[in-house]
Design a protein around this ligand. Structure first.
Ligand code: FES
Length: 248
């Protein structure tokens, strides 16, 4: 079961938050999301938390999924981000791999029939990202991944995450919350809300102008800073700007 209405089973979101009063999104786990957290180094990392049960391909050994925030053409990302490949080697061993081929940066496919293959010049990589054959000089880059032993995988993507700033603006007689954030080309940004930290995030509609109708479910990213405007349903609460990520 997905705890974020409006987010389909095969989608998850990169997530960072701005609240009515302060930045939010603590360490509370959000399933099928990526939460930006400050690490011991002081740098923000993105933490993907996904349920294996949401991805049938990961329920068997040698299963694999490729997940991304922007689409992929035949060999290149259509936005600025490469997908991540998650492979299941055994009941307890998983691998999270950068899909960028180490030869000439084409997008490598999911692990199928014994290899992740590059569509450009045929390099092949093993289930753990190790180079098997072809012109690629190196293995695929790996990301730290942990398994809770039951259903949840957590993947750390260093330096992923973005800052959302918030302020109140007047729209006629009422105030709205303006959220400003650096958008990502090719991504679909959504706005989430929860009244307190014990609640699940809920996707809400928003406006793209201070006095516009709040009827937008998402806004496409363009690599520029975007501003969206949310009506305040309650006096206090937490707002998050998220990015959908899909199996690509
Ligand atoms: S870009 Fe992958 S083999 Fe050349």
């Amino acid at each position: 079961m997905n705890d974020m209405p409006g987010v389909t089973r095969r989608e998850f979101v990169r997530l960072f938050a701005a609240a009515a009063t302060a930045s939010v999104v603590g360490s509370k786990m959000c399933f099928s999301t990526v939460v930006a957290q400050i690490t011991d180094s002081g740098l923000p990392s993105g933490f993907f938390h996904i349920r294996i049960s949401d991805f049938p391909a990961l329920q068997n050994n040698s299963g694999s999924v490729r997940l991304g925030i922007n689409r992929v053409s035949s060999s290149q990302p259509t936005g600025g981000n490469y997908p991540i490949i998650i492979n299941r080697e055994s009941s307890t061993v998983f691998h999270a791999l950068d899909s960028e081929c180490t030869h000439a940066s084409c997008v490598v496919g999911a692990y199928i029939a014994g290899a992740s293959s590059c569509p450009c010049h045929g390099s092949r990589y093993g289930i753990d990202g190790r180079r098997l054959s072809g012109p690629a000089p190196l293995s695929l880059k790996k990301f730290p991944i942990t398994f809770d032993g039951a259903d949840v995988l957590s993947v750390e993507i260093p330096n992923l995450g973005f800052t959302v700033t918030s302020s109140f603006v007047m729209a006629g007689a009422k105030s709205r919350l303006m959220l400003s954030f650096p958008s990502t080309l090719g991504a679909e940004h959504e706005v989430m809300f929860r009244e307190n930290l014990g609640q699940s995030w809920v996707a809400i509609k928003f406006a793209t102008t201070p006095e516009g109708t709040a009827d937008k479910a998402f806004i496409p990213g363009n690599d520029r800073v975007l501003k969206v405007y949310a009506d305040r349903a309650t006096e206090s609460g937490f707002y998050a700007v998220t990015i959908k990520v899909k199996a690509v």
